[in-house]
Design a protein around this ligand. Structure first.
Ligand SMILES: Cc1ncc(COP(=O)(O)O)c(C=O)c1O
Length: 405
């Protein structure tokens, strides 16, 4: 029988997915998957926060809770609390009613809705993302019809921020262009600007009338503190100008598969905010009508209750501390083996990932001979390591670095 769809071409290979499939299909019992940005327990198992379990119990016991459709913009309390989480308790922008928040499908969905809105209503369709950046950024923005450009971000020589290059590229961007800024715990490099550098970035963004679109996928995961990790965003919001913020509860509450996040748009005035809100609602309506209820109910239960909120921040800090100790253990293991090169970036970088500096050939050898998987750019998820697996990883890094320069 003829296929009406036979002319469909296969999609080009996605480098991140191909590593994922290679790992999935590797029968080795000792394989180690460090590709995915998810936090695992010390036993190498998916980790559900205790406070999330409690919130779910509470919801299950509440017989007044139902499964009706949410409004197009999601749970009202969730939106209020999400805006507060990122903008702070005393946000002037919130008090002046010039902030609109939409419950969306995690960080990705929030970026996608924001991108669709901008593609339809912003006069400048160019969006600048850091080089390198999270692999899905270009897909999300291209799919919405925006034109993706890169600004310099990472310097492989110093394994740190290419601050001069960053300022030059943003300074040369066309006026009104959108600029994606990862709010903290930059993926994939683990390198964030200092607060002084953020201030200079803010000045150049504002002087060129660029529109900042913050990707806030890791709030709390950089420093272990929700407010410190929001500093960069709050610095921009405090100047009274506009920005978009995509917030994810995937990582900081471990709600990956619940797909819960928010898009917050800070506007110059209440009048602008009302117009923006009406247009974003049209975008949402045509995309998925209303967001899912369960994850947002969990988040709202936790954020609303001061005891649960406190317990969440303690658990979050616990995850961050375990990541920090994995960094330290890996660094020390490489030192102990006398592995050639300077590995101090492993303890300097922050967040879920480390950009190891391994090249693609070394990464392929790690998979082939040691059954250890990471993305081809040499990024490992520190959240996927444990004290048991660090020595194996260090042995493998030592072996490939010694064999291939
Ligand atoms: C920088 C960045 N932004 C956004 C996301 C989206 O995550 P999610 O859609 O699961 O919230 C990720 C996930 O890895 C990420 O690393």
């Amino acid at each position: 029988m003829n296929s009406i769809l036979s002319s469909v071409l296969p999609a080009p290979e996605d480098p991140i997915l191909s590593v994922y499939y290679a790992c999935r299909d590797d029968p080795s019992p000792v394989k180690l998957n460090l590709t995915a940005g998810t936090y695992q327990s010390e036993e190498g198992k998916p980790h559900v926060l205790e406070v999330v379990r409690r919130a779910e119990q509470q919801l299950a016991n509440d017989l007044s809770w139902n499964k009706e459709y949410l409004p197009l913009n999601g749970l009202a309390d969730f939106n209020k609390l999400s805006a507060k989480l990122i903008l702070g308790d005393d946000s002037l922008a919130v008090k002046e009613n010039r902030v609109v928040t939409f419950q969306c499908l995690s960080g990705t969905g929030s970026l996608r809705v924001g991108a669709e809105f901008l593609a339809q209503h912003h006069q400048q369709r160019v969006i600048f993302v850091p080089n390198p950046t999270w692999g899905n950024h270009p897909n999300i923005f291209n799919m919405a019809g925006l034109s993706v450009e890169h600004y310099r971000y990472y310097d492989p020589e110093t394994r740190g921020l290419d601050f001069k290059g960053l300022l030059e590229d943003l300074g040369a961007a066309p006026s009104g262009a959108i600029v994606v800024l990862q709010a903290c715990a930059h993926n994939p490099t683990g390198v964030d600007p200092t607060f002084e550098q953020w201030e200079k970035i803010r000045k150049i963004v504002r002087s060129k009338s660029l529109l900042p679109f913050f990707d806030n996928a890791y709030q709390g995961f950089a420093s272990g503190d929700i407010d410190s990790d929001a500093q960069a965003v709050r610095m921009f919001v405090a100047d009274g100008d506009e920005c978009l913020i995509a917030l994810s509860y995937g990582k900081n509450m471990g709600l990956y598969g619940e797909r819960v996040g928010s898009l917050t748009i800070v506007c110059k005035s209440e009048d602008v905010a009302k117009k923006v809100e009406s247009q974003v609602l049209l975008v949402v309506r045509a995309m998925y009508l209303t967001p899912p209820i369960h994850g947002a109910a969990i988040v709202t239960t936790i954020l609303k209750n001061s005891d649960m909120y406190k317990d969440w921040t303690i658990e979050l800090k616990g995850m961050v501390d375990r990541i920090l100790s994995m960094r330290q253990e890996l660094y020390e293991a490489l030192q102990a083996r006398g592995t050639p090169g300077d590995w101090s970036h492993i303890i300097k970088q922050i967040g879920m990932f480390s950009f190891t500096g391994l090249n693609e050939k070394q990464v392929r050898l790690m998979a082939k001979e040691h059954h250890i998987y990471m993305t081809y750019d040499g990024r490992i998820s520190i959240g996927g390591l444990s004290s048991k697996t660090v020595p194996r990883l260090a042995d493998a890094i030592h072996a490939v670095v010694t064999r291939i320069a």
